[in-house]
Design a protein around this ligand. Structure first.
Ligand SMILES: Nc1ncnc2c1ncn2[C@@H]1O[C@H](COP(=O)(O)OP(=O)(O)OP(=O)(O)O)[C@@H](O)[C@H]1O
Ligand SMILES: [Mg+2]
Length: 360
């Protein structure tokens, strides 16, 4: 499989610039997930890689060889489109085997491959039907199967699970993770769902407005987000951001704001050199609160709503004027409107520059 590299790749549609010069390197055999909000340029990036859109500038390299001049079909790719279209007059088996039949793969081999992939996708019983006779989620799995039967070196997936119900999504995610571990292929996967990104990606590329915010392993993005955007995008429920002033008392640096005063751990305080007495953005993950107030530093929050999710609840609370989400064990009940005290694990706090939004 080739290593893939974008060098100063740009894309504009007329006066609309979708991708500013973008650099990106994908390691050989890696499962890369492009994630970001709707309209940030994920599909555009994938379509450029697939050769379906022309570059407005820059170059893409496969194994350090420029590929701009290669037509889509010469790039050894299999792609699942976001707006997949099946051939309406062909049955599912024929739809799935279209590319294989085109390149004259022996019939027996086609049958084995289609059967294996169809079983994996749970559509083995639908092979004789026409696309119009399937549900949206089943059609989406056929589109995926059409790519997976092929023997390409690189697979490109654009939101391939978006039409599936939650249970099927979970199952397909597991299948894909298994494929990632058994097939030694390049996979580039686009989603706006951060849970999908976290569970599938060897590495994740977080995009916003065409700009790469950070590229890293799921753990790197969660534990060491480069900026406020990544910190807020990765992790569910989303991170709380509070205005805070840094104040120093007896060698300890505190983040102080409306309704809280939290001591910052030594290593973090050290990296905040020069920010003392300044206003910053404090980041607290909902999972950093403990109902055991002996843990960390106590904070008082007023409960607005409790959202029951099963074993866990998300508590929507107020700290001064700010809304604060808290992950809470559902087995200890809480009453709306009540004042609650939690322990904050201060070693998990993050601090962001107010202007640049970079993590400090
Ligand atoms: N043909 C086009 N002409 C003009 N603008 C376009 C065109 N195609 C896409 N865009 C714009 O480019 C931006 C990026 O689009 P893209 O499809 O890459 O987003 P995306 O990240 O895949 O979003 P989604 O999650 O909604 O699929 C959008 O703002 C979109 O409006
Ligand atoms: Mg898209």
């Amino acid at each position: 499989m080739p290593t893939i590299r974008f060098e100063q790749v740009e894309k504009s549609y007329g006066a609309v610039r979708v991708l500013p010069p973008l650099d990106l390197a994908l390691d050989d055999g890696e499962f890369t997930v492009l994630v970001g909000p709707s309209g940030c340029g994920k599909s555009t990036t994938l379509r450029i890689l697939a050769g379906l859109e022309e570059l407005s500038g820059g170059e893409i390299f496969f194994d350090e060889k420029p590929i701009s001049d290669l037509a889509s079909k010469e790039r050894d790719l299999a792609m699942v489109f976001q707006d997949y279209a099946l051939y309406p007059h062909m049955n599912i088996a024929k739809n799935m085997s279209f590319a294989l039949r085109l390149n004259k793969t022996p019939k027996a081999e086609i049958e084995t491959k289609v059967r294996r992939v169809a079983d994996m996708l749970n559509i083995g019983h639908l092979l004789e039907r026409k696309p119009a006779e399937l549900s949206g989620g089943q059609r989406q799995r056929v589109a995926m199967g059409r790519a997976l039967v092929r023997d390409a070196s690189t697979f490109l997936f654009d939101e391939p699970l978006s039409n599936l119900d939650a249970k099927l999504r979970g199952k397909m995610r597991t299948e894909l993770a298994e494929m990632r571990d058994t097939l030694d292929k390049n996979m580039v996967y686009v989603t706006h769902d951060q849970i999908e990104a976290m569970t599938l990606g060897d590495r994740i590329v977080v995009m916003s407005e065409g700009v790469i915010q950070q590229q890293g392993t799921p753990e790197e993005l969660f534990k060491a987000p480069a900026n406020k955007f990544v910190a807020g995008f990765i992790g569910s429920p989303t991170m709380n951001f509070l205005n805070a002033e840094l104040t120093s008392k007896k060698d300890v640096l505190f983040a102080k704001g409306d309704g809280f005063e939290l001591p910052l751990p030594k290593p973090l305080a050290k990296s905040l050199n020069g920010y003392a007495e300044k206003t910053v953005t404090l980041g607290i993950r909902p999972s950093s609160f403990s109902s055991d107030t002996k843990i960390g530093t106590p904070i008082d929050l007023r409960l607005v709503v409790s959202e029951y999710l099963g074993a866990q609840s998300t508590l929507v609370t107020r700290c001064g004027d700010a809304e604060v989400l808290v992950e809470h064990d559902s087995s200890s009940p809480v009453r709306t409107g009540s004042q609650l005290t939690f322990g904050v694990r201060t070693d998990e706090l993050m601090v962001f520059d107010k202007n640049t939004e970079l993590r400090l």
